[in-house]
Design a protein around this ligand. Structure first.
Ligand code: OSB
Ligand code: MG
Length: 369
């Protein structure tokens, strides 16, 4: 097949509530929807779910628009390919820009799924019919607000709670949750807010039997994480540090983590996610799927990849309406009262895209052919 047209939509759905992490507060989260049309009449959609500012990784929403238009589209338009492996070879010269690549890559996976009349789960090698999910709870103004949200999500069935931490919002939150809810499945995510000098905080956190501590140190670090992992028993989970299967190989070699959060957007798509999954499986490193506050489009791909066997911890899969007043799919996924989300068995995205909503929340549109 050949890609004959790519349309980029920068879309911003109003948020229900802001989301605070150690790197800052997200008050609005535009996203990039990538529509791909092929010469043989297939249409696919993907999402480049970078943040609007370069505080998580350097890529932003606007950078995704620019890179997709100026560098990615010209490398793939009107080129013959049969598989995502072949497609990604065209993109090899482009360093990083993983969120931008993911929007296109996901759209092509959707097309391949439609063409082969097999679900994304099936073509990716997934085996699970439903995936366990948890919630990621941002930094709040008060402990009470945090405890209330923990209690609500536990009562709704979410299978684990993740708390965003930063200096002065770490031990006391964890302690308060443990005191009130006992030994629930609990983890923390620091989004790279600490250094090795904070060893005493990690030693204290080590006493709370956390499932894992996500990205405690610098966003581009592997070595210091390896030093830290030797000093604490809580498993370190890497997020920001892992941009490719090569990064994962190095982290495993240096014993920098025991768990990896694989976000398709951060690593450049589902193919790279699968490679990281397979490598981790061989090395007894469990993985799970993180999120980037995607709309129902991006979340659909996260659900599909989470059906692979070594995705053994609950995914960050809060329903889209926890963050946004609306969605870009007609009927989004549903978290049942045991904290599971069903993996669609239909070919394609598995959810019906609402193009009216894309138009309603549109900020900028670019057509490239
Ligand atoms: O570090 O996992 C993260 C959201 C934005 C940027 C980074 C992160 C997050 C989350 C939210 O934790 C996860 C979700 O999409 O539900
Ligand atoms: Mg994280």
């Amino acid at each position: 097949m050949k890609i004959k047209k790519i349309t980029l939509y920068k879309v911003a759905i109003p948020m229900v509530t802001s989301f605070t992490t150690s790197f800052g507060t997200i008050y609005e989260k535009p996203t990039v929807v990538v529509k791909v049309e092929t010469n043989d009449g297939f249409v696919g959609f993907g999402e480049s779910a970078a943040l609007p500012f370069p505080f998580y990784k350097p890529e932003t929403t606007d950078i995704c628009m620019l890179v997709l238009k100026k560098y990615i589209a010209p490398l793939v338009l009107n080129k013959e390919f049969k598989t995502v492996e072949e497609l990604m070879i065209f993109l090899k010269p482009i360093k990083n820009h993983n969120f931008a690549k993911t929007g296109l890559e996901n759209a092509v996976w959707m097309i391949i799924s439609l063409k082969e009349k097999k679900s994304l789960k099936k073509i990716l090698g997934g085996i699970k019919n439903k995936i366990p999910v948890g919630e990621s709870i941002g930094i709040k103004k008060t402990l009470e607000e945090t405890l209330d949200e923990v209690s609500l999500r536990l009562s709704q069935g979410f299978q684990r709670i993740k708390i965003k931490i930063q200096p002065n919002w770490d031990v006391r939150v964890v302690e308060a949750i443990r005191n009130k809810y006992g030994d629930i499945p609990l983890m923390v995510d620091a989004n790279s807010a600490y250094t090795l000098e904070d060893i005493n905080i990690f030693k204290t956190l080590d006493k709370f039997n956390l499932m894992m501590i996500e990205q405690p140190l610098a966003d581009d670090d592997i070595i210091d994480h390896s030093v830290l992992q030797k000093k604490i028993k809580t498993p370190i989970c890497l997020d920001e540090s892992i941009l490719s299967v090569e990064d994962a190989r190095k982290a495993i070699y240096l014993k920098a983590c025991q768990i990896i959060n694989i976000k398709p957007g951060r690593v450049g798509g589902l193919l790279e996610s699968k490679k990281i999954h397979d490598l981790c499986q061989k090395n007894n490193i469990g993985v799970w799927c993180g999120g980037m506050l995607e709309t129902g489009i991006g979340r659909a791909f996260n659900i599909a990849i989470s059906s692979l066997p070594n995705y053994m911890y609950p995914a960050d899969m809060s329903p889209v309406n926890f963050f946004y007043k609306d969605d870009l799919v007609k009927e989004s996924f549903f978290v049942d009262n045991k904290g599971f989300v069903e993996v669609p068995n239909k070919p394609g995205l598995g959810f019906e895209i609402d193009e009216r909503k894309i138009r309603k929340y549109l900020i900028e549109k670019l057509e490239i052919s």
